[in-house]
Ligand binder design. Structure first.
Ligand code: PAF
Length: 276
């Protein structure tokens, strides 16, 4: 496994890896969710690259940029064991050198939900993913369904800007008690960790109501909101029933609609979703 911080070295490494190339962009603090993306890429591609970069431009002021977990030695050991060929670990100076002034803004689909609570977040994501795609030139790039709006934003960007890459979206990986895997779960104290299980329980209960015939989006949102409100350590920020591509709210839930939420568990903000 070749590891570099340097862009021209990355390009040299990449040129020596022929065939179908798969990229898994990450911010490090790798967990089983990332491992599932890498395993899938290994099955589908001849060579696999991973980027590890805690992207400052996707954190809004007051967020956890400085305390975001950085576990590079452990991450590299995991990537080695998973058979990754190339790892790029650029510094912020490599990614955003002095004088940097180019941004990718994906318009409507970036606005609601996460975009409304984290203004500028998706501009940072779209910009850094563009740079990662240009640097690695992968045939496929792998993302987790947990960041459902990120997936919708990146799909729009790839289509609008004629990127020559296939986005592959992989299922959410959950802990045995249902909590979606996230690097931010590391922030949770034991009581918070326990309380956080309400998120998936609430989504699953609403999905059960959908499966039993409920189609009213408001009823489904309320079902989730009420279960979360009963858990004192958890505060919901939004609950949404939306079109999975446009993120527009739906009055009536249809099969394939995205039921998503963001909530604070103590100080930790988590997101989760389920497809109806
Ligand atoms: O999903 C993430 O970890 C990040 O948003 C990504 C895609 C690596 C961009 O920084």
């Amino acid at each position: 496994m070749r590891v570099t911080e340097n862009l021209s070295e990355l390009r040299t490494i990449r040129r020596a890896l022929p065939g179908v190339f798969g990229l898994i962009p990450t911010m490090g603090a790798l967990h089983e969710g990332h491992a599932s993306l890498i395993r899938r890429a290994r099955l589908e591609c001849d060579h696999v690259g991973v980027s590890i970069f805690v992207n400052p431009t996707q954190f809004v002021p007051g967020e956890d940029l400085s305390k975001y977990p950085r576990t590079i030695e452990k991450d590299l050991a995991l990537l080695g064991s998973l058979g990754v060929d190339a790892v790029w670990t650029p510094t912020p100076e490599v990614m955003y050198p002095d004088g940097y002034q180019t941004w990718i803004a994906v318009d409507k689909v970036s606005r609601p939900l996460e975009g409304a609570h984290r203004p500028g977040h998706f501009c940072g994501v779209a910009t850094v993913v563009t740079k990662l795609l240009h640097s690695f030139t992968p045939d496929r790039a792998y993302f987790g369904q947990k960041d459902a709006q990120q997936v919708a934003v990146l799909r729009r960007m790839v289509a609008d800007l004629n990127f020559s890459v296939e986005l592959v979206v992989c299922p959410i990986v959950r802990e045995p008690d249902g909590l979606a895997m996230s690097s931010r779960n590391a922030y949770l104290g034991p009581q918070e960790r326990n309380a956080a299980t309400v998120l998936y329980r609430a989504l699953s209960a609403a999905k059960a109501r959908f499966d039993a015939g409920e189609r009213g989006a408001e009823a489904l949102r309320d079902a989730v909101g009420e279960m979360i409100a009963a858990e004192p350590l958890v505060t919901a920020q939004y609950v949404s029933v939306a079109d999975p591509d446009t993120l527009e709210e739906l009055p009536e839930a249809a099969s394939g609609a995205l039921l998503s939420l963001a909530a604070c568990v103590g100080e930790t903000r988590l997101i989760d979703n389920i497809l109806l």
